[in-house]
Structures are given as C-alpha cells and as structure tokens.
Design a protein around this ligand. Structure first.
Ligand code: GLA
Length: 383
C-alpha cells in the first residue's frame, strides 16, 4: 500500500474523519559523502521509493498519531519536548510558526514505508512531509528550499541532532533516476543521472541519533576546525582542506582528532570523484570509491559496525561494484552497487552468508532514485 493510503487509513481510524491534506516525502540513501555535510563538503544522495506520508486536518489543538503504535498523543507544542517521535512534528510546527506558515492546530497521522533507525533518514522524510502538509493547511505553498530550512531547523535546533542538510535537501529536491551532488558549503545542487538499481541491506542494528555518537563526532570536528584556525585563520570548513594539508594536521592536532579530519578530507575528494564516475556511467570506478569510503568510515571515523563490514566485504567478493555503510552509522544499512545482470545472485549469496554468520536473515531490497516531497491526491478509499 502507498504511504499516502497508509497515512489516510491511520488518520480515519484514529480521528473518525477524513484528512484535508496528505503529503509525502522519501527516505534517502547516501551513495557517498558521509559526515561531510556538517563539514562544508559534498554529499551524493538519492531519494528512495520508500516514503513517509503525513495526513492532516485543521483542529483547535494538536493531536498526533503514528502507525508504528497507533497511540494518539495530545501535544502542547509550547511545552518542553517529550523525547519521542512527536518531537519531530513539534519542531516542524515551531519552525513553520516562526515563518508564519503553521495552522492554529491540526490532527496529524504519520505512516509510511521508510524503515526507522536504519540510516535511511526516516526523520527528514517525516519533517519534510509534515512541513509540506501543515503549511498547506495554513494556506501556504513553500518552495522546496523553504521546506529544507524548516525541516533542518526542526531537527537541528529543536530536536538537537547535529545533522547537516543532506537528508532534508534530498527529501525535498529528489528526482527520479537522479542522484544529487550537493555542495553543502555553497548550497549548489548538481543532478547526476542514475537510472540503475541500488540495493539496501539492513544490518538490523538500529541507531538512535538524538544526543548520540553523531553529536560527539560533530563536536570533534568543531574542535579540530577551531585548532586548525590557529594556523589557518580564514578556514571556514574542514572540507576546504586538501590531502596535502594532512601532514601538517597530523603534526599539530591531538592524535584522536587527526583521523576525523583525514576522513572528511579524503571523503570530500572521493565524493566528487564518485559523482564524476556516475555521470560517466563508470559504475566500477564509483563502486571502488564506495569501498574506499567504507574503509575510511571504519579506520578514521569509527562509525561502522561489524555487521556492515561483513556485508560490504561479502558483496564485493561476490561481484558487486562496491558497497558501503550509508547514513550516520553505528547501525543502519549498507548500500550495494552491483552489475544489473548479477545483482539478484549477489544479494542472495550475501544474505545467506550473513545468516550463517549472525544467525538471522537481513532485510534486503532494492530501489531506484525516486522523486522528492509531493502533495498527494486524497486517496478515495481508506482501507
Ligand atoms: C545523518 C545526518 C546527516 C549526515 C549523516 C552523515 O544522517 O542527518 O545530515 O550528517 O548523518 O553523513
């Protein structure tokens, strides 16, 4: 069932009335460019076919329900956050309000097919879809760029996750058969045609970003930047450094910060090279860069996990062009780029190997690059 139908169905079940508006936004897979977006570097994500939908209708107060547990929450959007999924909606409402684009209150139902905690950006799918649906209720039609701002500030400033802008940007600007090279320092978007299939293998290890390891890495990167400015006063972002700066970085920074900077710098170069390879149709070259990126996440950024390392190694052994842990890490999913004629066999073999090693079969599914946020026609039948 489509995410729009799922959300509409949840809405009518919970509120015994029909929604006035339904909007949906996709999860994302990041092909490469990990932990570069909060360091002024490039990222190369694609929107998933899996989406999160938000169904809403005007109301006096705020009531939220998600299909995950079906419980209706009566929420005071001015009260302190509750530290659960409703914070993402409250954050979105507050940011919309600041721009005069929020309704006075709403009934909101959320449902969809983006796995939660799998590094596929279920949170940005939610905030971007909610920003679209709720602003429509307020009679406003925000541009994709305005939606990115609302959703980014909702997650970054309200919920307090030290994320960059990658997830919200692809959720709002995604396009079919296209990956997006986003240069986060300048905000430049370049569309890179990619009509192929991407495989997602979920490690089954769930991550939670709020207050966690991502914030710690962000702090390390901030600290490194501050120290490097001691001898490079004009430096705005770590991603502005080049590989030739790394020897000096290694001499002058405290040892634990050196590999973090090295990852950002080498990943920046790999991401631009991967975009060029993809644009040239050289999937083998792009795949090699993915594998190098994964190695860098392991050795330098320390954000991988054993299950992901295993999937990457086996996928490559079995003939994939490349694979890497996608998203923040410390859990989540691996993206696999494989030759079309062999992908089914490769995935079956990797799943079997994983089962032998970890005693469970991983969720594995494929997607093509899909479209970004959209208003959905109201489904006529709500099952
Ligand atoms: C999370 C954040 C993104 C990005 C990635 C790591 O998904 O939300 O902004 O920082 O981690 O690349």
């Amino acid at each position: 069932m489509s995410s729009a139908r799922l959300a509409t169905s949840q809405f009518t079940t919970s509120f015994a009335t029909r929604p006035a508006v339904v909007a949906s936004a996709p999860g994302r897979v990041n092909l490469i460019g990990e932990h570069t977006d909060y360091n002024g570097g490039p990222v190369l994500p694609a929107a998933l076919e899996r989406r999160t939908a938000v169904a809403a209708a005007p109301s006096d107060g705020w009531r939220f329900v998600s299909s995950v547990d079906g419980a209706v929450h009566e929420v005071d959007v001015d009260a302190p956050l509750r530290r659960d999924w409703t914070d993402y909606l409250v954050g979105t409402v507050r940011e919309l309000r600041a721009g005069g684009a929020a309704p006075a209150g709403a009934l909101v139902a959320v449902a969809g097919t983006v796995p939660i905690g799998a590094g596929l950006s279920s949170s940005a799918a939610l905030t971007v879809a909610a920003a679209r649906a709720l602003s429509l209720l307020a009679g406003r039609s925000l541009s994709p760029t305005e939606l990115v701002d609302v959703a980014f500030h909702a997650e970054h400033d309200q919920v307090g996750v030290r994320c960059g802008r990658m997830d919200q940007t692809i959720a709002a600007h995604g396009q079919r058969s296209t990956a997006l090279l986003l240069e986060t320092a300048s905000g430049t978007l370049r569309r890179v045609p990619f009509g192929g299939r991407l495989w997602i293998v979920e490690t089954g290890v769930s991550h939670k970003l709020t207050g966690g390891a991502l914030n710690e890495r962000w702090r390390e990167c901030e600290e490194a930047l501050e120290l490097i400015r001691g001898w490079r006063p004009g430096l705005r972002h770590l991603a502005q450094l080049t590989p030739s700066d790394l020897a000096e970085v290694a001499r002058r920074l405290p040892p634990p910060l050196v590999p973090r900077v090295r990852h950002v710098v080498t990943e920046t170069a790999r991401t631009r090279a991967a975009a060029a390879s993809l644009a040239a149709g050289d999937l083998a070259a792009a795949g090699r860069l993915l594998v190098e990126g994964h190695a860098s996440l392991g050795v330098d950024y320390r954000s991988t996990i054993e299950e992901a390392d295993f999937i990457v190694e086996r996928a490559v052994e079995r003939g994939a062009y490349g694979a890497r842990l996608t998203g923040a890490g410390w859990g989540g999913a691996v993206v696999v780029l494989a030759p079309a004629e062999r992908e089914g066999r490769i995935l079956a073999e990797v799943s079997r190997d994983f089962g032998d090693q970890f005693g469970r079969v991983p969720e594995a599914w494929s997607t093509r690059a899909a479209a970004g946020v959209r208003r959905e026609a109201l489904p006529t039948v709500a099952e």
